[in-house]
Design a protein. Structure first.
Length: 116
């Protein structure tokens, strides 16, 4: 039996956290900000682990993209949390884009010009 890579292990953990986080939003309309902090950290870690890899599993990309879309859609039903939810979706989308570019957040330092 093949051993899991770091990215696969991070992804499995991320899937579980995202499922619980989104279920809470969709069923009882509760936004768990602390849980999102852990999710964001795991998505960023995943980006680091996937950095410069030419092949990235579609399942990983789909999970991140779907979570961002769900947050955007559900934000309309949670007016008080709408701004926070859209910010969360934006963070997920930024990391998604960085994964597609073969980068991570350390490549994008605010106030420092990028030299490619």
């Amino acid at each position: 039996m093949a051993q899991m890579t770091e990215a696969e292990a991070t992804f499995e953990h991320l899937k579980e956290e995202l499922g619980a986080f989104l279920l809470k939003i969709q069923t009882v309309r509760v936004l768990d900000v602390e849980a999102f902090g852990r999710i964001d950290a795991n998505v960023r870690r995943l980006a680091e682990e996937l950095r410069n890899q030419t092949l990235v599993p579609k399942a990983m990309l789909k999970e991140i993209r779907s979570a961002a879309k769900i947050l955007q859609a559900e934000a309309a039903y949670m007016r008080e949390e709408q701004g926070a939810m859209l910010d969360m979706a934006g963070k997920l989308e930024m990391t998604f884009d960085l994964i597609l570019l073969g980068e991570d957040h350390s490549d994008r330092i605010p106030g420092v010009p990028r030299i490619i």
